[in-house]
Ligand binder design. Structure first.
Ligand SMILES: [Zn+2]
Length: 195
């Protein structure tokens, strides 16, 4: 390891929080980041800007209502610009929406002694690996937290995102009315289930 790159006198690490929709991934990110702020570590939190076009910090809201301020960005290059030398912890929500370059960026953050916590949706609603940087992030992670949701039909642990509305666009941003969580028995990978 090239120690010239190490800005902080500690070993960097990459932690991935993953699973299906409504599994509490963002809630877990908020919980972990709150602990680092109590420890007075300097942190920055990003979320994908999607099409909002906004760059002002926004509240990172989980489906469960937890909140933390995050900076919306469209690109990995923009995140890189905003990580100043004093930053010790980097949180990234909605990592699956970023380009493949996210993997190299996360590895660089680790190499420079930072703790990185990335949230990724692991599968599309068809059960395929989510396209983009997610699979590689799982491969390079030091720690992976796989969260399950609760099946909306039977109440058992759920690992699949059920599409409830029409369309096959994989990257459609999830809203409660468009998706819910299902176990393998109640999940229909073809999309909208019968009424
Ligand atoms: Zn079920």
């Amino acid at each position: 390891m090239n120690t010239d790159n190490v800005l902080h006198q500690r070993a960097g690490r990459v932690e991935v929080i993953t699973g299906c929709m409504f599994g509490g991934k963002t809630e877990e990110l908020i919980r972990l980041l709150r602990r680092t702020s109590i420890a007075r570590q300097k942190l920055i939190v990003f979320k994908h800007a999607n099409d909002s076009g906004r760059y002002d910090p926004v509240q990172l809201a989980s489906h469960c209502g937890g909140r933390l301020m995050a900076t919306p960005v469209h690109t990995v290059a923009h995140m890189r610009q905003l990580v100043t030398d004093d930053i010790e912890v980097v949180g990234i929500d909605e990592g699956q929406f970023f380009e493949e370059e996210l993997v190299g960026f996360v590895r660089w953050l680790r190499l420079t002694g930072r703790r990185v916590i990335v949230v990724i949706l692991n599968q599309t609603f068809t059960g395929d690996p989510f396209p983009g940087p997610g699979s590689a992030l799982l491969a390079i992670a030091d720690n992976i937290t796989l969260l399950t949701a609760v099946c909306s039909v039977c109440g058992e642990p759920a690992g699949f995102s059920q599409r409830l509305t029409g369309g096959k666009d994989v990257v459609q941003v999830g809203e409660k009315k468009d998706y819910d969580a299902r176990c393998i028995l109640h999940w229909n990978p073809d999309g909208a289930p019968t009424e």
